[in-house]
Design a protein around this ligand. Structure first.
Ligand code: BJW
Ligand code: ZN
Length: 259
């Protein structure tokens, strides 16, 4: 077994004794990497050739909406042709065995919902919804809106431009999401921080809350991040392998509490 196997076994034994719904998870783009969806930062990330603010800020959208929509439509098509992977399934199992209180995901790809998880909040919105910049109507989409747009710019029936219903830099997260995420961070006994670079706030502050409350922060990533400095455990390896192993061990130890 790899070098994280024995550490995961010890952690699983400990967590299997927790009361029900004592675990919270914070997810990022690394979780969907094995589904074929690129991450943002890093050598192969979406932002390897572009400044994040050009593509993911209101200013970027106002100055070049066509460029921004081109990027989002490409991502929408990627997402629609991808499937949840073993890491998404592992988190869904954590929910099913009664261990998970809340999954706070920064991902906008909808793969968690497709894996059947119920306790999930998408704090950065969804790439599978549009919001009208005029009348503010929100619509769910099942295909790329660029396909039906004559000039590459998806529009609402009211005539105004549509935008992706996601949270860009400089925009506030929904108050309800913030409230739920901080609440879950304060009450959990352990937070699993999976596949995030931990540089974007406020998401990056949720594990800090857990740490400051004296509870366990367990990071799963292929490399160290700023969260590693205070995490109680850093499990270095692909999350699609490490997370299912943790769940497998937890189930061997009898789950959290039998439902
Ligand atoms: C694997 C793997 C494998 C790969 N297995 N691992 C405090 C301090 C400093 C700055 C701020 C602060 N508070 C606010 C700010 C400003 C800003 C911010 O955080 N800036 C920093 C970057 C400097 N934050 C904001 O602007 C936020 N808004 C806000 O605070 O508003 C305040 C306000 C209040 C009232 C009124 C108005 C405003 C909003 C942030 C929104 C972020 N949006 C984006 C785009 C969303 C839409 C979209 O998807 O297009 O969200 S940015 C982008 O980064 C996206 C992600 O969700 C987010 C996080 O990225 P993530 O998921 O961590 O991905 P990567 O690529 O960075 O990392 C992947 C990781 O996976 C890596 O570590 C790999 O190693 C790993 N990995 N394969 C395991 N197989
Ligand atoms: Zn409209």
């Amino acid at each position: 077994m790899s070098n994280w196997g024995s550490e995961l076994r010890v952690l699983a034994k400990q967590m299997a004794r927790y009361p029900q719904r004592a675990i919270t998870a914070l997810a990022g783009a690394g979780l969907s990497a094995a589904s074929g969806i690129p991450t943002f930062r890093g050598k192969e990330g979406w932002w390897k050739n572009r400044e994040p603010a050009e593509l993911a800020s209101p200013q970027g959208f106002n100055s070049d909406p066509r460029l921004v929509w081109e990027w989002y439509c490409h991502r929408i098509e990627t997402v629609l042709s991808s499937q949840p992977n073993a890491a998404h399934e592992a988190l869904a199992t954590l929910d099913q065995i009664g261990a998970l209180d809340l999954l706070i995901t920064q991902n906008v790809d909808g793969l968690h919902r497709r894996s059947g998880i119920s306790r999930c909040i998408e704090i950065h919105g969804s790439i599978l919804r549009t919001k009208c910049t005029g009348c503010k109507q929100i619509r769910t989409i099942t295909s790329s809106p660029c396909r039906s747009a004559r000039d590459g710019l998806p529009r609402c029936e009211c005539g105004e431009l549509l935008r992706p219903d996601v949270v860009w830099f400089g925009e506030a997260l929904a108050p309800d999401s913030i409230y739920k995420a901080y609440g879950a961070s304060q009450r959990c006994m352990a937070m699993l921080v999976v596949g995030t670079s931990g540089v974007v706030h406020p998401a990056a502050s949720f594990p800090e809350v857990v740490h400051q409350s004296g509870n366990l922060v367990i990071e799963f990533n292929i490399e160290k991040t700023p969260i590693s400095r205070y995490a109680d455990h850093s499990i270095i390896g692909p999350v699609e392998k490490t997370l299912p192993k943790l769940i497998e061990f937890m189930e061997q130890f009898g789950g959290t509490t039998q439902l």
